[in-house]
Design a protein around this ligand. Sequence first.
Ligand code: HAM
Length: 416
Amino acid sequence: MFQKVKGFQDIYGEDCVYWQKAEKKVHRLFSLFSVREIRLPVVERTAVFDRGIGQTTDIVEKEMFTMPDGENDTLSLRPEGTAGVVRAYIENGLYNPPALKRYYYLGPMFRRENPQKGRFRQFTQSGVEYLGSASAFVDADVINLLMSYFETVGIADMLHLEINSVGCKVCRPAYQKKLITYFEAHKDALCEDCLRRLERNPLRILDCKQEKCRTVTKNAPLMLDNLCEECGTHFNNVQKYLKQFKVEYKINPLMVRGLDYYVRTAFEAVTDKLGAASAVGAGGRYDGLVETLGGPEIPGIGFAIGMDRVVTLMKEKEKLAESGAQVYIITFDDKSVEEGIKLLNGMRERGIAAEIDYDRKGLKNQMKKADRSGAKYALILGEDELSRNALTVRYLQDSTQVEMPLDKIFTDLQFK
Ligand code: HAM
């Protein structure tokens, strides 16, 4: 017997009810914020991610599913959505005419991570990208959208928002030097991974979960204390607007995101209900990414929500069940099948979910199946009733039943 691939999931049964609700809310809420859907390939040239996300990030270094394209290049399954949106934005000239463009996507992403609670190798993100504005006002409304989403699916009280500024190309290099000097002096106290990070991506040391590294990090210089004037003003303005949008937040000066394209605002919505996989949605500003991928100088900001994590939290909050048909149609001979199909079509045309028993193994057997189906009504087209141009309506919850003329069924039966 075959088994699914490690880190991949089969989603079925009532889980799909949660997924459908979570996804419906994405389309509804994001539209309310005037964000338009964009549907992109799950595969891009590997260089899009190498250049976009950054070669020294965990994602690009070790987590991408990469394959040869059969010619001289490699392709990768997308590990995230931002680089692809920016690629499409440039390729399709979507920056013309110049205006703020807002896109959202909903779909599978792939990362070869170690599977654990809330962490999969194929997972679903719903993401938003705003391209064309450097304003802190935009940052605040994007964060507002993220947090509003958690409200609409009923999990806002299980999360809190953390924000930080990661500086820009003006102030970050000097800060990075300071950080390296600091960690060089505390090399002995760092874990193996952080020693490697010190060479390749020193900011990531701030993010290390190892106790000994956290002790060193406590006294490390912070980006927030080393922002240039513009970044400082931008961060203050983001906070001012967040307050006006009534979005609560906490500053986490140690937050470093796992992707290299971020500048200035970075944010995460975190929970303590998912163990190590604590971010349910995260994002930030990425002025410079459009240029890095070969486009004009256009700023951007966005986020992505981990939908698998959303669904896990929703399940802790509410009980949703699969809804079956409302009506179960029971037939016997050819004549009753003919009437049954008319009823079936009529119900479906009126938006009433209906099913018919295809096996027709006697009344008792069909009634048992009707009960198990979860339907409210069984419509029984017996020979006797049909001879009177009628049928029996059985209310399955209390086993009461009435006879009703066939031509009155759509007008007289009250579907509760
Ligand atoms: P990210 O922080 O890498 O950002 O991922 C965003 C969210 O996706 C995470 O907070 C988490 O909920 C979910 N996620 C990530 N990896 C996994 C996994 N292996 N299994 C389950 N869920 C996962 C980005 O991807 C950026 N593209 C976000 C962004 C958009 N920034 C600007 N625009």
